[in-house]
Design a protein around this ligand. Structure first.
Ligand SMILES: [Zn+2]
Length: 257
């Protein structure tokens, strides 16, 4: 087992649970070492000095001891920022948990998260500022596909590269198909061209470009359906946090009606 002492890193708290009467286990998605589990001694004692840095939905700069196997330890923290709006909203919490666990699934423990760290951090920042949570999540889903080794061709039709005709998604061909080539895949998703066009834009947009967006429920559902197909069938991933998010959002949609 190797370890690093007094290392500085940034991290976002994923979840925490009891370890003993006084101590907590806190999973943190770190920028330099991917998802790591920390044993935080004395965390449940009153007056514990790192309380704010280990709350869920918090981003902080930490200094600690990183072990390659087993538990790691926090020594101290520098700046701490909690996403207050996310922390107080059950649906946003579910979106944020899903984004964090999705990123953790893409980057195995011990590996640097690289540019994806800033992507997730900015997406959560925007979500906390009340930008569109679903679109921010879909944007991250599209951008992380490459990390899972699935990089669908979204610039245009996979056969002829045309981008000016209605497009659909083909799992078999790993990308978009224009209307002229729909006959190449009878099992294409039969998605609405408007949702496919939005998928194309999310692939190039950054989280900063997403604000509050007016979109029909149908387009939202279609966009999510395409991404769910890609993640379930091509990536082969079905996270518990995603199942929970789906249940929660379908229930809150039902309540709205
Ligand atoms: Zn074509």
């Amino acid at each position: 087992m190797s370890w690093l002492r007094d290392v500085e890193f940034r991290g976002m708290v994923m979840y925490r649970r009891d370890y003993s009467e006084r101590d907590l286990l806190v999973q943190i998605l770190t920028d330099r070492f991917g998802p790591k589990m920390f044993l935080v001694r004395g965390a449940k004692k009153r007056g514990f000095k790192m309380t704010s840095a280990i709350l869920p939905f918090t981003e902080a700069e930490y200094i600690g001891r990183i072990n390659s196997d087993g538990l790691s330890y926090l020594t101290t923290t520098k700046s701490t920022k909690m996403w207050r709006h996310i922390s107080s909203d059950l649906v946003l919490q579910a979106y944020a948990s899903y984004l964090l666990t999705l990123t953790a699934a893409a980057f195995p423990e011990g590996n640097p998260v690289g540019r994806a760290y800033d992507l997730i951090q900015t997406a959560l920042e925007r979500m906390d500022d009340q930008a569109d949570a679903q679109l921010l999540t879909n944007l991250v889903e599209v951008k992380l596909l490459g990390e899972f080794g699935v990089a669908p061709y979204l610039q245009g039709c996979v056969i002829c590269q045309r981008n000016d005709l209605p497009l659909d998604y083909s799992e078999a061909l790993g990308g978009l198909l224009c209307q002229n080539h729909w006959d190449r895949d009878p099992y294409r998703l039969h998605a609405r061209p408007k949702a496919v066009a939005l998928l194309q834009r999310l692939a190039v947009w950054q989280p900063q470009q997403i604000g509050q967006v007016q979109l029909s429920d149908l387009t939202r559902r279609e966009l999510q359906r395409i991404l769910d197909h890609i993640y379930t069938d091509q990536v082969g991933l079905k996270l518990k946090s995603k199942v929970f998010l789906d249940e929660l959002t379908s229930n809150s949609n039902r309540l709205k009606k």
